[in-house]
Design a protein around this ligand. Sequence first.
Ligand code: 13P
Ligand code: SF4
Length: 300
Amino acid sequence: MYAEKIENLKKEKDFVILAHYYVDGEVQKVADYVGDSFYLSKVATQVSAKNILFAGVQFMGESAKLLNPSKHVYMADDTADCPMAHMVTLEQIAEVREKYDDVAVVCYVNSTAEIKSASDVCVTSSNAVKVVKNIKNKRIYFIPDNNLGHYVAEQVPEKEFIFCDGFCHVHKSIDKALVEAAKKLNPDALVLTHPECTADVLEISDFIGSTSEILDYATESDCKKFIICTEMGIFFQLGESNPDKKFFSVGHRQFCPNMKKVSIEKVISVMENPENEVILSDDIMEKSCIPLQKMLELAK
Ligand code: 13P
Ligand code: SF4
């Protein structure tokens, strides 16, 4: 019933729907493109529809607008915001730049457009290692995610890192004891983990990657059982692509309340009466798209 209504609205109002793996499966089902942050930012540069409906959190809609400014980008819910995006300030960046004139400010896309405007290059969890390796500067200020920053630093030992203390509360709350308990129940399962998790969880994991990479790994693996250390929305695509495999969570905390604000009813409502449009000032548009474009270039 919903699906037909949404297909008609897409045609009638010239909409394309982009959804992150963490939104409800029901919403993923009606989306034209579903993926991780990197995939969705690449898609945003290519869509031909006049209007983009973003089923995700604020920074994702902002990135789509920055990468394709002629489009109207609407959030399914404009209060869906990533707390980590606000865990670094312009003052902190200015302080580090003042102290080190050779620093490159590397900004995880989970950040506000304003923070991107003061950064040199953006990264996502699937391209961070590659992008950082490709930056000329030896000194890196990695903002805002401390866990992802440390993970990247381990893979790129030739660089010197300055870290920030931002974190994702969803991934941080997946603690080692929960993973060990899940492993005890299913000793033959592989542990697949997002790099926003803490270092002690990464240490006991069999694979570390972005949401898309976790999905690809599970799909290509001969193993039939997996313990999944990331937000639970990914279970929908894992199940769709792998009906013969079993996926286990590590506890009730794998839930991003902001991603779960996006509902099918809100998607329909915004398409019927477009609201929650992403509007950015000309100054921010001009400055913040530079690090995003640079990411696309360095991640090639
Ligand atoms: P990826 O989409 O890069 O896997 O990041 C996960 C995330 O936390 C997005 O909010
Ligand atoms: Fe932010 Fe974490 Fe939610 Fe992703 S899962 S939107 S990083 S709080």
